[in-house]
Each structure stands twice: as C-alpha cells, then as structure tokens.
Design a binder for this molecule. Structure first.
Ligand code: PLP
Length: 354
C-alpha cells in the first residue's frame, strides 16, 4: 500500500471561488467588539437593551460551545465550523468552492439526498457514480469522472440509506488521488463500530468531516451541524457564513447536551441493541427478502412490494421510508429504530400484516 497521503498538488487557494477570494466578510457588532466578560454598556448592535435572556445577538463564533465540542472531539477550535444543521454546512461548502454553471461535484448514490438538492440549487453539475451492488465505492469510476472542475466528492459513512460504512482503504484511495475536497458525512458515526475520520484530519489537507447533533445526540430540532477541517478551509467557510447562523438557544442547549456524555452513550447503546433485535425480528417476516447490515440507527430491508407494505404499515399508524426511488434500492423500506415499545409495536404489526 502506498504510504503517500494527501496528493502533493493539493492547492486550496485554487479551489476557492474567485468572488469568495475577493470578498470582504460582513463584520458584525459582535465580531468587532468581543466581550471580555466584564460589565459594559452595549450600544453597538441596535438591540433592545431590556434583558430577557435572548435580547442580545449570539456569539458569531460560538466560542463556548466550540470549546466544549473541541474537548470532546479532540479537535482544536480553529478546525471547527458550526452551522444551522449540517445541511447549512454542506451548502456553505458548495458556495465557497463551486462556481455555478461551471464546476461539478461527485456523489455516490444511493446516498443522502441533500447533496444532489444543494448541487441543483447552486447550479453545480452532480456527477453520479453509483455504489457497487454491495454498497461500496467504485473508486476507479469515481476517479475517472474527475476533471479540472471537480471540486468536491461527497461520501457518507455510515451511508444513508444503506446503513453500511464505506471501507477505509477505499476512502483513502479517493483522498490520496483527488486534488479537490473529500467530504465525509458522519451523521451516523456514533452508532458505528468504525472509527471516525476526525483522527485523520492532520494527514489529509483535503479532508472535510461533517457531523450533527440531529441523530445520536437527539437534538434534531435545535439544528446544529459541525464541520471539521484544516484551519484554512474553516477560515474560508467562516468568511462566507451568515454572521449569526447558530442561535443562542441552540448554543446553550447543544452545550448542555454535549456535557451529558453518559446519557447520550446510554441512549446510543440502547438504540444499537434495539437495532439488532429489529434485524432479527425482520429476518423472521416472510415478506422481508433481505436485510442489509447496518452501522446506523436504521435498517434498510428489501421487501416483496415496498409500496403496498408501506401503505399497510401506515394504516396501522407506523410510518417508515420507502427508498425504492433510489438506485439499487428497488422495493426497499428504511426503518428508523424507535424506542423498545415502538419497536415492539412494529414487530407486532409486521407479524399481523402477514
Ligand atoms: C440526517 C442526516 C444529516 C443531518 O443533517 P442536519 O441538517 O444536521 O439535521 C446529515 N447527513 C446525513 C447523511 C443524514 O442522514
């Protein structure tokens, strides 16, 4: 195996859009005067001065929350950007690096639908290179699709909706042979036995890792996504992000939750245990034809007729996701692992429906 890490030719400056290079970022009141914590009279931001807990603009750099996250993830604060969900982080990546109607990205369906939506929104060609039938990467085909305008390759591991992790050696080959950014979306990493790519950030200048509080941390409603990358990449994203993109309530709630490490771990452990129980139960249902192994908090299963099974479950008040529209996913349903009681209900209904 080659010991070479990031391609020697990686040049971040070349990847950045010209207008982003040239622009001056918005400088907010809270950027210009950073509080040292002492009593001050704030007359700089046109806020209502009456204290109610949220009358002041939030910290645009989310320093307190980032300090907590940095300690937990073992990553320095200047390697982190936070967003209004990872969806915002992904959009910022497009807007920083992809020139509309000129550049392209590569995605590997079946995968998370937002990469494709964001590509369309930003007028960026999306070159789709399907996963193999075992849902691993077709690395040769991916690299064959790269041209001088290919800015980002989006990989998702564990992958949604298939549930598997992308083999490390395959991701390494992409990282080492592509001079644009490789984004690894780790929304489900906390459910997985595979290691995060965060530990590889210093080895690969073109690596970007995204995570979220929406899944394992149980905070989908507060919208907090994180992006981990080199200081230089984070600097570029910081330049273009909306100044107050993470609101104060989210910053407070997220920090609280990050500090409840044991609770989160317990919930994740229960979900993983329940996933295994659901896998076994699904295996005994005659109309379930195949169950894909999962490293996430959901299970993708092939059934005899996804549309009608979906309707039958809906009639019983259980809503699952029909993923049949995705390539390689004909007649698949995706089951998110619920509470033990909810999973009991699903199993009961599945057995009744037969
Ligand atoms: C759910 C999910 C996300 C989460 O996005 P947020 O905007 O942070 O809620 C990101 N990527 C994948 C693959 C997902 O399935």
């Amino acid at each position: 195996m080659s010991k070479e890490k990031t391609s020697l030719n990686f040049d971040l400056f070349q990847l950045v859009r010209e207008n982003v290079k040239a622009m001056t970022p918005y400088s907010s009141a809270r950027d210009e005067y950073v509080s040292d914590g002492s009593e001050k009279i704030f007359m700089d931001a046109n806020e209502n001065p009456n204290e109610n807990g949220v009358n002041r603009y939030p910290d645009p750099q989310q320093r307190s929350l980032k300090a907590t996250l940095a300690a937990i993830k073992g990553v320095q604060q200047d390697h982190i950007l936070l967003g209004n969900g990872s969806d915002e982080v992904l959009d910022l990546l497009f807007r920083a690096f992809c020139e509309p109607s000129m550049d392209n990205v590569i995605t590997v369906p079946p995968t998370y639908g937002m990469y494709s939506v964001l590509a369309s929104l930003n007028a960026i060609e999306n070159r789709k290179v399907l996963l193999t039938s075992s849902f691993s990467l077709n690395v040769n085909e991916i690299l064959a699709n790269v041209d001088k305008n290919t800015k980002i390759i989006f990989l998702c591991s564990p992958n949604n909706p298939t549930g598997n992790c992308i083999p490390r050696d395959q991701i390494k080959r992409v990282l080492e042979n592509f001079q644009g950014l490789v984004v690894i979306d780790e929304a489900y990493v906390d459910f997985s036995t595979e290691e995060s790519w965060l530990g590889d950030l210093s080895d690969y200048k073109n690596l970007v890792v995204t995570q979220t509080l929406s899944k394992a941390y149980g905070m989908a409603a507060i919208r907090l996504g994180s992006c981990f990358a080199s200081k230089e990449i984070i600097g570029i994203l910081n330049k273009i992000k909306p100044p107050y993109n993470v609101n104060e309530l989210t910053q407070i709630k997220a920090k609280e939750r990050l500090l409840q490490k044991n609770d989160v771990e317990q919930e994740v452990a229960t979900i993983v245990k329940e996933r295994k129980r659901l896998e076994t139960a699904l295996g005994s249902i005659p109309f379930v034809k195949h169950i894909y192994p999962s490293e996430a908090n959901f299970i993708l299963a092939v059934v005899d007729d996804a549309a009608s099974r979906y309707e039958q479950l809906l009639e019983k008040g259980i809503i699952v996701r029909n993923r049949s529209g995705q390539p390689l996913c004909l007649n698949t349903l995706r089951f998110t692992v619920g509470t033990p009681a909810e999973n009991d209900s699903l199993i009961r209904v599945l057995k009744e429906v037969i």
